[in-house]
Design a protein around this ligand. Structure first.
Ligand code: EPZ
Length: 421
């Protein structure tokens, strides 16, 4: 397993290009199942999770072709006749469950393995199944697979989400485009990736209103056509790299960055003493002084502070002047980066879903282990400012969600390299 070695010190200056959003691409790709005409996605990120989704769709009979060094994906499910999403693929990536709604809408049948838990939590699918049953699906769990049928097709329904689940909103949004009648989702997720999916579905002929708000209305249509759609900028990669100059000093421009994607995050950066300004090419970030101020964080569904940036923010607050309290309200076990940061000298106390970080003057490089996608990148960020060398192992977690992290950070002056093993 490869590792990444970061040597701390030195300002970062220059530009980092931001790729298309992993979490948008992973829901846009299954949309191909809703139509028998080609769907072309541009600005696709080059990540292992995209390869896993490609493998899954191909196992269902869809064709997926990568062009332009994998930045363009051409998908066609003209011959997609297999409704079985196998455990061997689904267990690698929870987002595989996003084929459930499209398969049901297209074939009236789906057999999708439950993803199983992952490092950050149990990740149940009760909201997905409750909603699809409201639309007329019959779903039962057998041998770890959800067996879903809708023999008379899906019917539009009013659906009240107990929690603004991103994945459940995406599954129901896709399923409802071909349902008979009108579907209304109340307490829908409002993430930019939902709006991106709705934009793409509208290009395919879907009738959707209210995406980006907590009430989404979908008028079912008989069929959807093809489309060409650019994947929206990745707000989590954007937020991750915006933090880099906050650790080290210097000035970094994030190319393709958009303020509207990171509103709540930028408010917290401002409170911590970091300036963010819009430029013609994206967003410029630099810290106002050497002192990072302590700030309290509560993770919430969009437009609140994103859970996917919690680990990265905790790493920064390890260096803050004062005490910060971070509350993780989305997942039940998303502080696994804390013990690794403590190995570097951080002062963090975790009690249930709350972490209290007492800032220290500096951290010391150390061998640390990546445990999940966002935790792994928080360790690299911490290493940028730590004294000495930080060796992050199990970096396959990183490859799931960050393309070319070494070259992007080296491009702004970081001392970082990947050691093949
Ligand atoms: C999406 O996961 C993202 N993944 C996650 O990003 C992100 O952290 C999460 O949304 C929250 O923003 C993709 O988009 C591929 P949820 P998802 O359904 O859809 C509970 C990353 O790092 N829940 O909003 O799985 C669930 O257990 C990944 O890129 C139920 O209880 O998130 C969790 O506690 C990590 N029942 C909370 O809701 C359900 O039926 C949020 O889940 C569904 C969810």
């Amino acid at each position: 397993m490869d590792s990444i070695v970061v040597t701390g010190g030195g300002e970062l200056n220059g530009q980092i290009p931001i790729a298309g959003a992993k979490n948008a691409c992973l829901t846009l790709m299954p949309a191909t199942l809703l139509s028998d005409e080609p769907l072309t996605l541009t600005n696709a990120p080059r990540l292992s999770d995209i390869k896993t989704m490609t493998e899954l769709l191909q196992s269902l009979g869809a064709e997926v072709t990568s062009l332009a060094e994998d930045k363009v994906l051409v998908l066609s499910s003209h011959n997609a006749d297999n409704p079985l999403a196998h455990y061997d693929i689904v267990r690698k990536m929870r987002a595989s469950n996003l084929v459930l709604g499209p398969l049901l809408a297209r074939h009236g049948k789906a057999i999708v393995s439950l993803p199983g838990g992952c490092a950050i939590g149990a990740r149940p699918m009760d909201i997905h199944t409750m909603a699809l049953e409201k639309m007329g699906a019959k779903i039962e769990l057998k041998d770890g697979y959800l067996h879903a049928v809708a023999p008379k097709g899906l019917q539009g329904a009013r659906i009240d989400f107990p929690f603004a689940s991103v994945g459940a909103t995406e599954n129901i949004l896709m399923a409802a485009t071909l349902a008979k009648g009108t579907t209304e989702i109340y307490n829908a997720a409002r993430e930019p990736e939902i709006v991106d999916l709705a934009d793409c579905l509208r290009k395919m002929g879907a009738q959707i209103e209210g995406d980006g708000t907590s009430i989404i209305t979908i008028q079912g249509v008989d069929r959807l056509g093809g489309a060409t759609h650019p994947v929206v900028t990745d707000r989590i990669e954007l937020g991750t790299y915006m933090l880099a100059p906050a650790f080290t000093g210097g000035e970094v421009e994030l190319l393709g960055g958009r303020l509207d994607l990171v509103g709540a995050f930028v408010e917290k950066l401002d409170a911590a003493g970091i300036d963010v300004t819009e430029t013609a090419g994206g967003l410029m970030v630099k810290r106002r002084s050497d002192v990072i101020k302590a700030v309290d964080i509560v993770t919430e569904p969009f437009p609140g502070f994103p859970t996917d940036l919690q680990a990265q923010m905790m790493a920064l607050l390890c260096y803050a002047d004062g005490t910060s309290v971070l509350e993780e309200k989305i997942f039940e076990n998303r502080f696994m980066h804390a013990p690794e940061l403590i190995r570097m000298g951080a002062n963090i106390e975790v009690h249930g879903g709350t972490a209290t970080v007492q800032g220290v003057k500096s951290l010391k490089g150390a061998p640390v282990m990546a445990t999940d996608l966002r935790a792994s990148v928080s360790l690299i960020l911490a290493g940028l400012a730590a004294e000495g060398e930080t060796v992050v192992s199990r970096v396959y977690h990183l490859d799931r969600g960050y393309e070319h992290v070494v070259s992007k950070l080296r491009g702004v002056g970081a001392q970082i390299e990947r050691i093949k093993s």
